[in-house]
Unconditional design. Structure first.
Length: 294
C-alpha cells in the first residue's frame, strides 16, 4: 500500500498497518506499527518524490502493534526522534514489557507472510528500551520543515497514552485506535480497555474536528460523507458491547462464559491477525471495564 492522500501526506505500509508521512521535506511519521510493516515501508520509500527527511516518529500509544516497528524505523531514519505521551514513554523503557511485545511482533511477521502482505522473513529486534526524546501532551503542536503542522490530541479510553493528531492545513485527522479496530469496512471491535466513558468522550471529541479525511492506524481510511458513518459505527459498537456485557452480568452469567461469547462474536475478519490469546485478554478487559461502571 502506497497512497498519496493529500499533497502533503503519504500513507505507506499495508492495509492492516499504516504509516503516515506528513510533510515533503522534513517529515513527521505518524505511527510505529510492527516490524513486518516496516519492511513494506522500506520498499515503498524510494518511490516518494520528493523524498523527505523523517525528523520525528510519533508513537500514538504503547501497544505492541504501534511501537514494535520503531527500532527498524530508526535504522532507516537514524536522525529521527521518537515522540510519545508520558505514559507511553514509561512503558517503552520497560524491558520485560518490551520482551512480550516483540514476541507478539514475531508472530505478526508470520501472519503477514501467510496473508501475502510480506514476501520476506523479518527478524524483530530485542531492545531493552525504545528511546523517547519528545514528550507529547494535549494541545502540543509539531511542525515539519515545510509548513505542515500536527495538533496533538489526548484521547484516553483505549489506553492511558492514546493520542490523535490533526493536520489543519489539509484537514486530516489521525485517530490511531481511538475509535476501535476495523474488523471489516462495516464493523469495528470496541476497545475501551482503559475506560468506557473516556473512550466514548474521545470519539465524540474526534467528531468535533473539521476533517476531510479520517485516518485510523488499521484498515480503511474515510473521507467526506463516509466520516459520520464511521464514527456512528464506532459509537454503536461500543454501546452494543457495553449493553451486552451489562445484560449478561445482571443475568448472573459467569465471567468465563461471557468471555467465550464475546470472543466467538468478535474474533473474525481482520481481527484474526492477532493471536487468540491476545483477543481473549481484550474481551476480558472489556468485561472488567463494563462491570466497573455497574
Amino acid at each position: 500500500m502506497s497512497l498519496k492522500i493529500t499533497d502533503n501526506i503519504w500513507c505507506l505500509g499495508n492495509r492492516l498497518f499504516h504509516f503516515f508521512v506528513v510533510g515533503g521535506r522534513d517529515a513527521i511519521l505518524v505511527e510505529g506499527a510492527v516490524s513486518g510493516a516496516v519492511a513494506s515501508l522500506s520498499r515503498q520509500w524510494p518511490a516518494l518524490c520528493p523524498q523527505p527527511e523523517v525528523e520525528t516518529i510519533i508513537a500514538m500509544h504503547a501497544h505492541f502493534d504501534h511501537i514494535c516497528g520503531i527500532p527498524h524505523l530508526l535504522d532507516l531514519f537514524p536522525q529521527a526522534r521518537v515522540a510519545a505521551a508520558p505514559y507511553a514513554a514509561q512503558v517503552m523503557q520497560k524491558e520485560k514489557v518490551l520482551k512480550g511485545f516483540f514476541e507478539q511482533d514475531q508472530k505478526m511477521v508470520g501472519v503477514l507472510r501467510e496473508m501475502g502482505l510480506l514476501d520476506q522473513d523479518v527478524q524483530p529486534p530485542q531492545p531493552q528500551a525504545i528511546p523517547v526524546e519528545i514528550i507529547l501532551r494535549d494541545g502540543d503542536i509539531l511542525n515539519s520543515g515545510d509548513g505542515c503542522s500536527l495538533e496533538i490530541i489526548a484521547a484516553p479510553g483505549h489506553s492511558p497514552c492514546s493520542l490523535g493528531a490533526y493536520m489543519p492545513e489539509d484537514k486530516v485527522l489521525f485517530v490511531s485506535d481511538v475509535a476501535g479496530f476495523q474488523i471489516s469496512d462495516k464493523e469495528l471491535f470496541p476497545i475501551f480497555f482503559q475506560g468506557y466513558e473516556m473512550y466514548m468522550d474521545s470519539i465524540h471529541r474526534m467528531q468535533g474536528y473539521a476533517a476531510r479525511i479520517v485516518a485510523p492506524a488499521h484498515g480503511a481510511l474515510w473521507s467526506g460523507e463516509h466520516i459520520p458513518a464511521f464514527y456512528e459505527r464506532a459509537l454503536q459498537a461500543a454501546r452494543g458491547a457495553f449493553d451486552w456485557i451489562r445484560a449478561m452480568s445482571e443475568a448472573g452469567i459467569e465471567h468465563q462464559q461471557m468471555a467465550d461469547k464475546l470472543f466467538k462474536h468478535y474474533y473474525r475478519g481482520d481481527l484474526c491477525i492477532y493471536t487468540p490469546e491476545n483477543i481473549n485478554l481484550c474481551v476480558n478487559l472489556l468485561i472488567k471495564r463494563v462491570q466497573e461502571c455497574l
